[in-house]
Design a protein around this ligand. Structure first.
Ligand SMILES: CC(C)(COP(=O)(O)OP(=O)(O)OC[C@H]1O[C@@H](n2cnc3c(N)ncnc32)[C@H](O)[C@@H]1OP(=O)(O)O)[C@@H](O)C(=O)NCCC(=O)NCCS
Length: 171
C-alpha cells in the first residue's frame, strides 16, 4: 500500500528536516548554475523564513514522519522591492490583497507523485480562508514541472519574458 502523504503547516520541530531540504535544493541549484557562487540561505531560513510570527508561511509534505517537501509564501505588499528586502509582521489593521508563492521544493526521490500539486492546493485553501483576493507565483520558463503544476490549478499565465506570472483570483 502506498504511504500516506500528509500536507500540513510547518511546525518549529520540523526545522532540521526542512534545513536538510534547503541544503538539497542548494546542491541542485549549484549543479544547475555551475558558473555562479551560491551563498547558502540556510541562515535566512533559521533567522527569518521559519521564525514563527514572521511574514512567511510554510507548508510541509510528510511521509511516515519524514518531511519530503515544502512550500513557502508570504503576503505581498504589491511592491516587489519592499517584499524582497523587508520582513513585515502581520497587522490587524492592514490586510494585503495578494499572497505570493516564494518557493516550492520536493526532494528528488519523491517527485512526480503529485506532492507539489498537493502543497499548492493547501496554500490556495489557506489563502482563500484568509481572505486574500489573489495568489500568485513567478516561475522561470525553464522550470517546466512547476509551471505544469501551477497552471493545472487554473492559475492564469502572463508572459514576462524569461518567466511567467501565474495568478489565481480567489474572489
Ligand atoms: C518543481 C517541483 C517542486 C515539482 O514537485 P513534484 O512534487 O515533483 O510535482 P508534481 O508531482 O505535483 O507535478 C510535477 C509535474 O511535472 C511533470 N514533469 C516532471 N518533470 C517534467 C519534465 N522534465 N518535463 C515535463 N513535465 C515534467 C510531471 O509529469 C507532473 O505533471 P503531471 O501531474 O501532469 O503528470 C520539484 O521538481 C522541485 O522541487 N524542483 C526543484 C526546485 C524548484 O525548481 N522549485 C520551484 C521553483 S520555486
Amino acid at each position: 500500500m502506498p504511504s500516506e502523504i500528509i500536507i500540513r503547516e510547518y511546525r518549529p520541530e520540523d526545522l532540521e528536516q526542512v534545513l536538510e531540504l534547503v541544503r538539497e535544493l542548494e546542491a541542485e541549484l549549484a549543479e544547475k548554475f555551475p558558473e555562479v557562487q551560491l551563498i547558502s540561505s540556510v541562515n535566512d531560513y533559521k533567522t527569518r523564513y521559519l521564525v514563527p510570527g514572521y511574514k512567511y508561511k510554510t507548508f510541509v509534505a510528510e511521509i511516515e514522519g519524514k518531511i519530503v517537501g515544502y512550500l513557502m509564501g508570504y503576503p505581498s505588499t504589491g511592491a516587489l522591492e519592499v517584499d524582497n528586502m523587508y520582513d513585515i509582521f502581520p497587522s490587524s489593521s492592514w490586510k494585503p490583497k495578494e499572497f505570493f508563492l516564494k518557493i516550492t521544493f520536493v526532494s528528488k526521490p519523491y517527485r512526480n507523485q503529485g506532492i507539489s500539486r498537493r502543497l499548492h492546493e493547501k496554500v490556495i485553501e489557506y489563502a482563500r480562508e484568509q481572505g486574500y483576493e489573489e495568489i500568485y507565483a513567478c516561475i522561470a520558463k525553464w522550470n517546466i514541472p512547476e509551471i505544469k503544476v501551477v497552471s493545472s490549478l487554473k492559475f492564469e499565465m502572463k508572459d514576462l519574458g524569461s518567466r511567467y506570472r501565474l495568478t489565481l483570483k480567489l474572489r
